[in-house]
Design a protein around this ligand. Structure first.
Ligand code: NAP
Length: 308
């Protein structure tokens, strides 16, 4: 299937282009970008021109930051194209619901991707937790925003999510592996005095079985980066490390121990191919709901100004 990539920035170059190139399902037929391009691929600067001139391209993958995404997604869906959304699927929950309604009305596929859910050990972690009694569940997601989002001022603007940009990846794993429905019970958001979005956050969740469920997100982590989840149950302790690429049960590694995003984007594109073939829609917004709740309920604390 021919596909067009929109927004040729960091994640498009790092992950989408190689994942498409390695896939038997997809052919990268065009890009839309104000400045970037991919060697050997038709480059457009005007999205409407692409939609009008290339009717054979049935699938559009949007790699833009969340705020401009709705406008592009709407135009693609109205033009009858299937759409794949980078995470988070939009800037608000309501616009994501609107996109889903539009996709249903047009009879096309729509996929809210959550790349961290495709990390190597997420499925095994879900299986291990199934049927176990949870005592505590702790998420620690600490990374260096200068390293992963160099100069991306949009991330600290309204709708950019701040530290919830990586934090929502953790929440996408949590909502996939936890057997019980949790909801936010309290949060503290640490907002730099010169920015609109938090640079760190502490979250607590209500768990129906009374387990202690919490998360800490921090964008100021230099040196070693931490993307970890620890679940303590009555039958042992399970740890996910490296964003779900590694899993340990009572300290013993479960299978191979890869690091990095390896495998995540190829799986997203395989999922999208299956969705288009089946005519399906996958718009699970549960990770975003927790983030919205944190912005609704969180206590704001002003912290030192931040510059890239
Ligand atoms: P980015 O490099 O800052 O931006 C991606 C591209 O979006 C830009 O190069 C630009 O493309 C386009 N764009 C930016 N602002 C725009 C606007 N106002 N209107 C139209 N186009 C605009 O960001 P990124 O790191 O690739 O992140 C994009 C998305 O991927 C985010 O939602 C992020 O959460 C997600 N993501 C990022 C990472 C990561 O490690 N950085 C990892 C996983 C997922 P053109 O210049 O080509 O027009």
């Amino acid at each position: 299937m021919e596909i067009a990539l929109i927004g040729i920035g960091k994640i498009a170059a790092d992950q989408h282009v190689p994942a498409i190139a390695a896939s038997d399902d997809w052919q990268l037929a065009a890009t839309v970008s104000r400045a970037g391009s991919v060697e050997g691929v038709d480059a457009y600067t005007d999205f409407d021109a692409l939609l009008a001139e290339r009717p054979e391209i049935r699938v559009i993958s949007l790699c833009l930051p969340p705020v401009p995404r709705f406008d592009y997604a709407t135009r693609a869906l109205k033009a009858g194209r299937h759409v794949m959304l980078e995470k988070p699927p939009g800037a608000t929950l309501s616009e994501c619901h609107a996109l889903e309604a539009l996709a249903r009305a047009k009879g096309v596929s729509l996929y809210a991707t959550w790349h961290s859910r495709e990390a190597d050990k997420v499925a095994a972690a879900k299986e291990w937790l199934s049927g176990k009694t949870l005592k505590s569940f702790r998420v620690t997601w600490k990374e260096d925003v200068r390293r992963w989002h160099p100069g991306q001022d949009w991330i600290f603007e309204p709708g950019g999510l701040g530290v919830f940009d990586p934090g929502i990846n953790a929440l996408s794993i949590v909502t996939r592996i936890l057997p019980d429905a949790i909801h936010l019970s309290g949060a503290t958001l640490h907002v730099p005095e010169n920015r609109q979005a938090p640079i760190a956050a502490d979250l607590n969740f209500y768990h129906p079985g009374g387990a202690d469920v919490s998360a800490v997100f921090d964008f100021r982590q230099e040196g070693e980066q931490t993307w970890a989840i620890e679940a303590v149950t009555e039958d042992g302790t399970m740890q996910l490390a490296h964003g779900g690429a590694q899993m340990f049960v009572d300290g013993v590694a479960h299978g191979a121990t890869e690091t990095g995003l390896h495998g995540e984007y190829p799986r997203l594109y395989a999922n999208m191919a299956a969705l288009v073939r089946a005519g399906g829609i996958d718009m699970d917004l549960s990770p975003m709901r927790h983030v919205a709740d944190a912005f609704l309920l969180g206590r704001r604390e002003t912290v030192a100004p931040f510059e890239f």
